[in-house]
Design a protein around this ligand. Sequence first.
Ligand code: NCD
Ligand code: ZN
Length: 351
Amino acid sequence: MALTITIPRPDDWHVHLREGEMLDAVIGYTSLRFRYAMVMPNLSTPIATTDQAITYRKLIDQATPAESPDFHPLMTLYCSSQLEAIDLLHGYKEGIVKAVKYYPAGATTNSKSGGSSMMDFAHIFTTMQDAGIPLLVHAESTNPAIDIYDREAAFLEHELDIVCNNFPEMKVTVEHISTSAGVDFVNAHETVGASVTPHHLSRNRSDMISPAFHADLFCKPVINSESDRRILVQTVTSGSPSFFLGTDSAPHPTKAKYGKEAKAGIFNAAYGLEVVAEIFATENKLENLAAFTSENGAAFYGYTPAEEHLVLTREQVEIEVATHLSTESGNEVVLFGAEEASHWTIQASID
Ligand code: NCD
Ligand code: ZN
């Protein structure tokens, strides 16, 4: 018998929608499936002001397919020297800006405008704590002396812990946690939640570099060890309310991924939900899938779950699925999770 589960339409609490022809090519994957999408601000010119967020929001709206059922992009501002507390507060009060994203400078794609020390932004955090504006954090040390696989733990200990101690009421999301240290940090702080990606839940670092290097699995923070992956899986499948789906869908054309300096980022908006469903099915925890995909994040950010539902069915037979998308000018992007997607069908519930 086919396995079937019905969940409220999911939210994606961390997504890169890009701009230009890439935005046009990827937006439908998110807008046709997800309800809320927390849109990352790391464009080539970072989104650091309310005006920029308004302009970007319009571009997203224009690119969104008309048949998208109930899609709401949530705009974020980039925590850089350009960010001003007054403008942030204004954008938040107007309902345009929903959160601030902190990147350590140099940690990942388009992060050069980021910070070198979180506490340099204490004046911004004061405003955020007072107003209830969430801080979204790319938690990865850029200290070259620290092993790349230990950089999440190092950042949490040496940077974010200090911020959380100084701003104990601020709502903080540790984005795309990749290690047991990430889980421990969240569990130790009441106002801290975490997004977790389909790729960190389903792949380990051996998959990325064995039997050959797979640039398609290269992202930041790098996918970590199998024991870290197991802890992430146990944590999210338990239904624990501090953990929610953020795909970190981050499209790059194959020519940038397969070149000499592979770009970090995995495009998983297409099949991320299937990958996550497969994990929960394998763990016999499908009853907790909705908590992770549709309830925990909404509650964390102050929303109620979607009223509309999706029906996910694991099919006995394999379905043929696309493995790439093409942008208008012919750039290809690999769709992560085609293997899992070949076992699942997902439809809107008609009740
Ligand atoms: C993201 C991107 O490409 O914008 N890349 C990634 O590897 N996750 C940036 C980010 O979220 O780190
Ligand atoms: Zn990201």
